[in-house]
Design a protein around this ligand. Structure first.
Ligand code: GCO
Ligand code: MG
Length: 403
């Protein structure tokens, strides 16, 4: 099963995506997602210039060996660009193996350990009333778990709140990053009001999640977690920038609110302490940014030993290929927690045809061999890449803050 071609396609059907296409001598095509929001071309070049030429001639069935070859063989290890590139190769090889075996990837991973994958959707509002309407719309679709974000009074633009154009939330724009203003005090005062509102309106029969997006200090995060305890959030996500894993000891010592971290992590080493010291409850690493199916399963296996569950990142800035791969992993692991599902802006569905489905709050990857995603390269060519960046944050005094 020799690899005969590996190529990178950068396209923008609704937003920018980087896709790796791997072909074998039998005429099979496997795909992997290599999208790194705002740094797309760096991964495209890493793949095109340094990885694709090494893939041609290799046996596509040697997934672990290829992973180790690209990881250990690079000498310069880890980091988002390298690990996203390795992930794309890994996912494409699992896709190919499934097609050869005539089985969906989750069968290769040990088979379904559950009937469906509970996903959470995103509800938001520029006012709490708008937020309520969005929560209602999600409940009507069957969602059992909903992330809630609302505009913080006194702050011009709040993370997670779309500008009200009816489209899915998509913060990347422009040739230079948009500059937002962040004010911690206003947010810390507002967040308990937000959660209290949702519980008063909808009760305790749904899972409510909230993303802090790396903006607090450990002691602020401890205070937030404690203030939210009466509203029993499913989790608070990314309370602090998590380079400092030990900081979670401080947060943990102040609150029993469950903690979720990991969307910006690239490897098991980024979360080793968080997991082995039981400082978090959910690990949110994604297939695309944490080294593919092979490495993500290793992270989740470590997490399982310490009672930490999965909660993979699933934003619209990972392609439908990533969503499919995530669902295959989610279905098969013992310690699945929840999966984020943001959906994709049109016309992504023209370029990526998927076999996964959503019903009553649960998703399923489908039973097609491989990942169950068909990538239409002709359609992709109709949507050329244009540079776009995530915003940056400045505090009131003009200094930079985490976004
Ligand atoms: C989430 C995330 C995203 C990120 C985005 C950055 O929880 O879904 O925080 O919305 O901001 O993926 O590219
Ligand atoms: Mg997040």
């Amino acid at each position: 099963m020799r690899i005969t071609d590996a190529r990178v396609v950068v396209c923008s059907p609704g937003r920018n995506y980087v896709t790796l296409v791997v072909e074998t001598e039998d005429g099979l095509t496997g795909v992997g997602d290599a999208t790194l929001n705002g740094r797309e071309l760096a991964v495209a070049s890493y793949l095109r210039d340094h990885v694709c030429p090494l893939l041609v001639g290799r046996d596509a069935r040697r997934i672990e060996d290829t992973w180790q070859y690209l990881y250990r063989g690079a000498y310069w290890r880890r980091g988002p660009v390298t690990m996203t590139a390795i992930a794309a190769v890994d996912v494409a090889l699992w896709d190919l193996l499934g097609q050869v075996a005539g089985m969906p990837v989750h069968q290769l991973l040990g088979g379904a350990a559950r009937d469906g994958v509970m996903v959470y959707g995103h509800a938001s509002g520029t006012t709490l009333d708008d937020l309520s309407r969005d929560v209602e719309a999600h409940l009507a679709q069957g969602y059992k778990a909903i992330r809630v974000q609302a505009a913080v009074p006194g702050i011009d633009k709040t993370y997670g709140v779309p500008p009200g154009d009816g489209l899915l939330y998509e913060p990347a724009s422009g040739e230079v990053p948009q500059e937002d203003v962040w004010e911690t005090t206003a947010y810390l005062d507002f967040a308990p009001t937000l959660l209290a509102h949702v519980r008063a309106e909808f009760g305790y029969g749904l899972h409510v999640l909230h993303d802090v997006h790396h903006r607090l200090t450990p002691i602020e995060a401890g205070r937030l977690g404690r203030a939210l305890e009466p509203y029993r959030p499913f989790w608070i996500e990314d309370p602090t920038p998590a380079e400092d894993q030990a900081a979670f000891r401080l947060i943990r010592s102040h609150t029993t609110t469950p903690l979720a971290v990991g969307e910006v992590f690239n490897s098991i080493w980024d979360c080793q302490q968080l997991i082995t010291e039981r400082l978090i409850d959910y690990i949110r690493t994604s297939v695309t940014h944490a080294g593919g199916i092979t490495h993500l399963r290793r992270i989740f296996a470590l997490a399982d030993l310490y009672g930490v569950r999965s909660g993979s990142h699933g934003p619209g800035d990972l392609s439908p290929v990533a969503m499919a791969a995530a669902l295959h992993v989610d279905l098969s692991i013992p310690n699945f927690g929840i999966q984020e599902y943001m959906g994709h802006r049109s016309p992504a569905e023209e370029v990526f045809r998927t076999s996964y489905s959503f019903a009553d709050g649960f998703m399923h990857p489908g039973e097609e061999p491989g990942l169950g995603v068909t990538f239409d390269e002709e359609a992709a060519a109709r949507y050329p890449y244009a540079p776009k960046y995530l915003p940056v944050n400045r505090r009131l005094d003009g200094s930079m803050h985490d976004w």
